[in-house]
Write a protein that binds this ligand. Structure first.
Ligand SMILES: [Zn+2]
Ligand SMILES: [Zn+2]
Length: 246
């Protein structure tokens, strides 16, 4: 299994997971040109994407969906409420949260998470290796933690440094929203959650705020909490991450 985060921040999100025979994208918050360029950097043709999974309807996760669909006719997969609230003009395959489904060799489980959209999910993706993607969530609960136990790879939100957000220039309502159980996870919450569910894995720090975080702070916090058994990888708003093979 190879994983590359094509981009991640509140400006856009897209993660590629591939094996020899199967390639899927999780979210598509960038227009096709960026996706095409990013995929070509790692030798993949957009027409060979087998499916696009959507986590929730916020623009930074679906911005490129319609245009990518029109251009490549790739199947889209999401739950009903997310589709209804997305206003996307495409016909997706629709799942119920917690009901497993298959995309070729991958077994996928959508897990309900807490975030301020209609019905947001994290994904557990299982092939020869197992990975979890959770990019927008204000808190974690026992269900997410039980599905995310002992995975090989995590793409996990490390949105903000608490001090930076607290002392930063965001208006109070926005700070409250981000700090709430339905907002976004801090660097510390990210580290503590992963420490609880795993004893060592590959970790991509995702959805980092450009205003309330720095890559150094996020990485330092994760490394301090998680220790040497975890490999921490950064993601970037508009640049692909390294490709991690497991
Ligand atoms: Zn987002
Ligand atoms: Zn969101």
């Amino acid at each position: 299994m190879e994983i590359c985060v094509l981009g991640s921040s509140s400006a856009g999100n897209c993660t590629l997971v591939k094996t020899k025979d199967t390639s899927i994208l999780i979210d598509i918050g960038f227009y096709p040109r960026y996706i095409e360029n990013s995929l070509s950097c790692i030798g993949i043709e957009p027409k060979n994407i087998d499916a696009v999974l959507i986590t929730h309807e916020h623009t930074d996760h679906i911005r490129g969906a319609e245009s990518f669909f029109r251009k490549y006719r790739v199947p889209f997969v999401m739950n009903k409420l997310t589709f209804q609230n997305s206003n996307l003009k495409l016909i997706p395959a629709v799942f119920e949260n917690f009901q497993e489904f298959k995309i070729k060799e991958f077994k996928i489980t959508p897990i309900t998470i807490k975030h301020d959209s209609s019905n947001p999910v994290a994904y557990l993706i299982e092939g020869e290796k197992r990975m979890g993607v959770a990019t927008d969530l204000g808190s974690t609960d026992f269900r997410l933690k039980s599905y995310f136990k002992d995975l090989d790879v995590y793409v996990f939100e490390s949105n903000h440094d608490t001090e930076m957000l607290l002392n930063g220039r965001y208006p109070t309502f926005l700070k409250k929203r981000i700090f709430s159980d339905y907002g976004h996870l801090s660097n510390k919450q990210c580290g503590n959650t992963l420490k609880e569910v795993s004893s060592g894995s590959e970790v991509f720090l995702a959805h980092m705020s450009e205003n309330n975080n720095t890559p150094d702070k996020a990485k330092e916090t994760a490394e301090k909490i998680l220790g040497d058994d975890f490999n921490i990888h950064l993601t970037f708003p508009k640049k692909i991450s390294e490709v991690v093979k497991v």
